[in-house]
Design a protein. Structure first.
Length: 75
C-alpha cells in the first residue's frame, strides 16, 4: 500500500469534479447517502467514478482515508 496522503480536493480532481472548497461543500450539501448504502453504489456517480471508488477501497489504495472522509461527510 502506498502511504501517500491525499486531500479531499485531490479526490475531487481524481473524480473529475470541481475541487475548490465551495464546489466540494456544494456537492456534499446536494448529495446524501442513506442507510448502509456503499459510497460507490450511490446513483450520483458515473460508472468510472464508482469504479474508482470501489477499486480504491477494495485494493486498500492510498485513497482510502480520504474516501472514508467523503463517505462520512455524505451521511
Amino acid at each position: 500500500m502506498d502511504s501517500s496522503h491525499h486531500s479531499l480536493s485531490q479526490l475531487f480532481d481524481q473524480l473529475g469534479l470541481d475541487s475548490d472548497y465551495s464546489s466540494i461543500e456544494h456537492f456534499i450539501s446536494q448529495h446524501r447517502l442513506q442507510g448502509d448504502l456503499a459510497l460507490s453504489k450511490a446513483s450520483f456517480w458515473t460508472t468510472a467514478q464508482a469504479t474508482f471508488l470501489r477499486e480504491s477501497y477494495t485494493q486498500d489504495a492510498d485513497w482510502v482515508e480520504v474516501i472514508d472522509q467523503l463517505n462520512q461527510r455524505l451521511r
